[in-house]
Ligand binder design. Structure first.
Ligand code: PLP
Length: 453
């Protein structure tokens, strides 16, 4: 937790205070800085390259306090009697330039409502990336549909859109690309496939608030999009989510599905959703927090983007560090995650784990990202699940298991992927310079580090 005033004070201290590695980066030889700062990595006993403190998440102040207090005092804590959720939905739809937004209880709920309104069920297939958070997979399996994995494009860490065609069958009900890390997938390619095949695009935009492709916000490029407002996400109310769509009928179906069919069922709803629905409602407390957090959103999005692009410009010159590619047409990434690849052959064979440890010693948290989902015990158990065997048969489930091979993703998850999280991008330009400096030091001393840890 950090108050706005603290944030400002910290920025100020950064600007006026320390000069150390700023000078080092501007080309003056390191020895001129004195022996305390000899460029040795912290893991070998040198000074930490990163002298700031990463901004904690979430950021809030009295605005959030007042918003919550006001809902409390109103005694209208649920959306059925309150008006705050409706206000959030109007403002979120407007912010995204989309026809309709539906607040729900989580990102998973948003995807569940979309699956429900599409009437995805046993026998259907849904195309998903293999490199994503497990929720993308879970919402398909909850409906007893078959999740069909598509391998990863190493250059972008996104679903490889050129491999989607090969995954389509007569049973494909939807394509569900994920804008991983907040960066848009190749939406041109998905649009082309969708137009040609008639298969709807459902965007899992749970990490991609305010990201844009060809000037249009993501979530807005297919039949519907899902957002998450879970604690770690760039727009956060603890738990929460939203469905967005430009299709009024589909919106009505999602609304009814998420609210025990209380919006009524006409024939088109029955035809579309069948006879299922549930409760996925958001509370007024969540919506009030979201409205307050939205007053900060655009500034934060801009700050992350500026810092990410600056970091790109420094890291791309370091051999063996490859920032994730943005597809042509990307006008903005939300940078929920700053994704890059670490190629150990440029670091004297220092393993990714050792690299991450060395970064931690510099004061920088770096994650190896998701594991290979298709190879997890949890996912593989689907092939022998009794319901799946009943619906699809033994042969088909065996084929499913074999088809799940994703060699590019194995390379990425096994040894290359490295992530910085979004709050690291809320710092100053100096913070970014220090990140680059830390990586350079580790590279310079890689063979020594390899022996030492
Ligand atoms: C966070 C997330 C979800 C699920 O959102 P919750 O709000 O945690 O339910 C789904 N997909 C992706 C890609 C996510 O990152």
């Amino acid at each position: 937790m950090i108050m706005d005033s603290k944030l400002k004070r910290r920025d100020f201290l950064h600007r006026v205070g320390m000069v150390g590695s700023g000078i080092a980066l501007s080309g003056i030889p390191k020895f001129s800085l004195g022996s305390w700062h000899d460029g040795k990595p912290a893991v070998l006993g040198g000074q930490k390259a990163y002298t700031g403190s990463v901004i904690s998440w979430p950021i809030y102040d009295n605005r959030e306090g007042q918003a919550l207090q006001s809902v409390l005092n109103s005694s209208q804590w649920g959306r059925l009697t309150g008006s705050v959720t409706a206000q959030f939905e109007r403002e979120y739809a407007e912010l995204l330039g989309v026809g309709h937004a539906l607040g729900v209880s989580s990102g998973t709920s948003a995807l569940t409502a979309i699956m429900g309104a599409l009437d995805v069920g046993p026998g259907d297939e849904v195309i998903i990336p293999v490199y994503t958070f497990i929720a993308t997979y879970n919402v398909v399996v909850l409906n007893h549909a078959l999740p069909i994995f598509v391998d990863t494009d190493l250059e972008s860490s996104q679903i490889d859109a050129t491999k989607v065609d090969a995954a389509i069958t007569g049973n494909t009900r939807a394509m569900m690309p994920v804008h991983l890390g907040g960066t848009p997938v190749d939406l041109d390619k998905f649009a082309e496939i969708s137009q040609r095949t008639g298969i709807p695009i459902v965007e899992d935009a749970c990490q991609a608030h305010m990201a844009e492709f060809r000037g249009k916000k993501v979530g807005n490029h297919g039949l519907a999009g899902a957002f998450s407002f879970q604690s770690s996400k760039n727009l956060n109310c603890g738990e929460g989510g939203a469905v967005v769509t430009n299709d009024a009928n589909f919106f009505r179906a999602c609304t009814s599905f998420h609210h025990q069919v209380q919006e009524g069922i006409d024939k088109s709803y029955r035809d579309r959703v069948g006879t299922r629905s549930t409760n996925l409602r958001i509370t007024e407390f969540q919506s009030s927090l979201l409205l307050a957090q939205m007053t900060r959103l655009e500034d934060q999005v801009r700050r992350r983007q500026e810092n990410a692009l600056y970091l790109d410009s420094m890291l791309k010159d370091i051999p063996g560090i490859v920032p994730a590619k943005l597809y042509e047409g990307t006008t903005r990434s939300a940078y929920h995650i700053y994704m890059f690849r670490y190629l150990k052959e440029h670091f004297d064979g220092l393993s990714r784990d050792q690299f991450i440890k060395a970064l931690a010693a510099e004061g920088l948290a770096c994650s190896p990202g998701y594991g290979p989902m298709n190879k997890s015990e949890y996912v593989q158990a689907l092939a022998t699940n009794k319901h799946y065997l009943k619906i699809y048969g033994k042969r088909r489930m065996k084929q499913w298991l074999e088809r799940n091979e994703c060699p590019q993703n194995d390379i990425l998850t096994g040894e290359q992927a490295a992530w910085f999280m979004q709050n690291m991008l809320l710092g100053t330009r100096r913070d970014m310079e220090q990140i680059a400096e830390a990586v350079k030091r580790i590279q310079q001393y890689a063979s020594e580090i390899k022996k030492a840890i």
